[in-house]
Write a protein that binds this ligand. Structure first.
Ligand code: SAH
Ligand code: SF4
Length: 355
């Protein structure tokens, strides 16, 4: 039975046409799925009883079950372990940001509404085949790709609680391993008659799957691209991001430069600072050289140490030193705000904890 969340606009219309239903039914169903976010067909009260019965008999609405949920002390980060139909689990995280640096503590959902940025971080695979050694998801191995509806359903899970302003595809998995699946989810999320999120409010992070970057450069939707770099040379990057052996830095940076030339959009490079591994000033200078003249921005991430990896976080003084080398070379640099460390909200960490 098809999960309706997997169907694109045309497929939903074709299905209804094959049942001799008028075309406007598709629009009504899309409203229920993506704006009202109902979880069963009985709630679709403007459909005929016959159509509701037929939908119940021959289709589903994928609703993942939250089997574990954790909330940071300040209430600003909420992480859910979501169980899919086949029993597999993925993580999704809601992060709330305020304008004011010292925002009030979150007491209830109504306070959540007053936060200006409400970002959800979603997964694209159960586990991840890339196997970055510092990443809890990579350490846990790979099980399968998600279906597009399973990607969308993570957003709907949190959208049922609070209106969202941003989506980052930075959870478990490499989103460009199955570009079409990820893109179909993005199309549903951005379609004004469906979820209706602005493309510019969505960011996809890749570990360097070059064909995906090339595909994205040709797409019209202005979705943001982030590339997980983590090392300024091939020798180190082969180890930290094993996909580098397939798409080394020369190829990756060429694809990123072409993406910028074609789209005129800024690329974010993510760089997780690991103590004595990738954080010395020479490496910062090598990174600055690699990115010289590019329309880009470096996001320095404090490493979230995982249970079974030897990598440690860079001390604050060296983080500042690293950032200074980049800014002195005129490279826009930010330090990622840490979210939910104490609730194991780092990539893959909630799933790694036993439930
Ligand atoms: N697989 C994709 C997207 C998901 S990971 C990718 O790698 O880009 C999102 C970001 O979190 C990536 O930059 C990833 O390298 C980083 N990350 C993974 N584990 C981390 C950890 N333990 N500490 C800090 N950042 C981590
Ligand atoms: Fe996969 Fe990204 Fe984790 Fe690497 S960092 S193992 S690509 S999820």
């Amino acid at each position: 039975m098809p999960d309706l969340l997997n169907l694109n606009k045309k497929e939903l219309r074709d299905l209804l046409a094959s049942w001799n239903e008028p075309a406007y039914r598709a629009t009504q169903i899309e409203r229920w799925l993506y704006l009202e976010r109902v979880t069963d067909f009985d709630a679709m009260t403007n459909l005929t009883r016959d159509l509701r019965a037929r939908l119940s008999d021959s289709a589903t609405i994928g609703v993942p079950r939250a089997i574990a949920e954790t909330k940071s002390k300040d209430g600003l980060t909420r992480k859910a372990l979501l169980q899919l139909d086949d029993g597999n689990t993925v993580e999704a995280v809601l992060m709330l940001y305020a304008d004011a640096p010292d925002s009030p503590q979150l007491e209830d959902a109504s306070t959540a509404l007053s936060m200006t940025r409400r970002t959800v971080c979603i997964s694209t695979q159960v586990g991840c085949p890339i196997g970055c050694p510092f990443c809890a998801t990579g350490q846990a191995g790979y099980i399968r790709n998600l279906a597009p509806g399973e990607i969308v359903s993570q957003v709907l899970h949190f959208a049922r609680e609070t209106p969202l302003t941003n989506i980052v595809i930075m959870g478990m998995g490499e989103p460009f391993m199955k570009f079409d699946v990820t893109w179909r989810a993005i199309e549903t999320l951005t379609d004004p008659a469906r979820f209706g999120m602005g493309a510019r409010r969505i960011t996809v992070s890749t570990s360097g799957e070059v064909p995906g970057i090339e595909r994205m450069a040709r797409e019209k939707l202005q979705v943001n691209l982030a590339v997980s770099l983590h090392a300024p040379d091939d020798k180190l990057r082969d180890k930290l991001v094993p996909l580098n052996r397939k798409y080394p830095l020369g190829k990756l940076m060429r694809a990123a430069r072409e993406y910028i030339a074609k789209t005129n959009r800024r690329v974010t490079f993510e760089y997780a600072l690991m103590d004595t591994v990738n954080d010395n000033p020479n490496q910062a200078r090598a990174l600055a050289k690699l990115l010289d003249g590019m329309l880009c921005h470096v996001n320095l991430i404090p490493l979230n140490p995982t249970a079974s990896s030897p990598y440690k976080r860079t001390p604050p003084a060296r983080v500042r030193q690293f950032a200074k080398v980049l800014t002195d070379a005129n490279i826009a640099t930010t330090l990622r705000v840490e979210k939910g460390i104490e609730i194991a909200a780092g990539c893959g960490q909630l799933r790694q904890a036993k439930h």
